[in-house]
Design a protein around this ligand. Structure first.
Ligand SMILES: C[S@@+](CC[C@H](N)C(=O)[O-])C[C@H]1O[C@@H](n2cnc3c(N)ncnc32)[C@H](O)[C@@H]1O
Length: 228
């Protein structure tokens, strides 16, 4: 049953023929609305940022900006990270989940065009190109001052992609951050694979953070709140 759902999810995810502007996961948008609503009730967002790791067409980043502006939060910065050439080589622990090298490849220009055509506020958005690794993020830190995250979407499917993302993101948490793991329940909820394993390891690496497990979204995603 789960496998069948997974296959149809992937089939939808893989429908790259259309020029339409859409998110891979239809469940991510309501999960974003939920978090943004809570965030804007709970705290003043001041000078914080939205982070998204794994952009595909850029829809979820665009959508997050639309919803934050509905709640009058126009000052937030938006950081989008992607290879802009799809998934890296899928090997070792990441094999067998239905993911393949190059899946979800959308160029940076296409993402920018999608954002522009849909009236995103490009002044607030920065896109960072490159395959995720500790070295890649260290290099980005050298030339950028990243703001504290209030909300992060980690939608990069694989264990090997999620580990460096968490190493980069988690030290930036100073108060509370909502984190949407879009692929938390992939790999048939195997605790020894995918984003589940990456998060278990990150909890050990960053013991100062407290984790609140919130709701699932779709069959694949889960929302957490991390607090210092
Ligand atoms: C499922 S798609 C993201 C969907 C998007 N968040 C949305 O809502 O439509 C996965 C994305 O992760 C990116 N990705 C996965 N692993 C990566 C890595 N190691 N380095 C850079 N990008 C990666 C892929 O290029 C792809 O754009």
């Amino acid at each position: 049953m789960i496998k069948e759902k997974f296959k149809s999810f992937l089939a939808r995810k893989m429908n790259l023929k259309s020029n339409a502007f859409y998110a891979c996961s239809p469940h991510l948008s309501p999960a974003l609305v939920d978090c943004i609503k809570k965030l804007t009730e709970d705290q003043s967002l001041g000078d914080k940022a939205y982070y998204e790791f794994g952009l595909f067409k850029g829809h979820s980043l665009w959508f997050a900006q639309q919803i934050f502006s509905v709640y009058d939060q126009k000052e937030i910065s938006y950081y989008g990270f992607d290879s802009f050439s799809g998934l890296p080589k899928v090997e070792g622990i990441d094999e067998g989940g239905g993911f393949n090298e190059g899946d979800y490849s959308v160029s940076q220009n296409e993402v920018l065009l999608n954002l522009e055509k849909n009236s995103a506020d490009l002044n607030k958005i920065q896109l960072f190109k490159g395959f995720f690794s500790n070295e890649h993020f260290r290099n980005l830190e050298k030339s950028n001052q990243f703001k504290e995250p209030c909300l992060a979407v980690i939608d990069c499917d694989l264990y090997s992609s999620t580990v460096p993302v968490l190493d980069f993101l988690l030290p930036k948490i100073k108060s509370e951050t909502y984190i949407l793991f879009d692929d938390y329940n992939c790999f048939e909820k195997d605790d020894g694979k995918g984003q589940r394993l990456a998060l278990t390891e990150a909890k050990q690496k960053f013991p100062n953070l407290k984790w609140e497990e919130l709701n699932d979204f779709g069959w694949h995603g889960k929302t957490f709140k991390a607090s210092l």
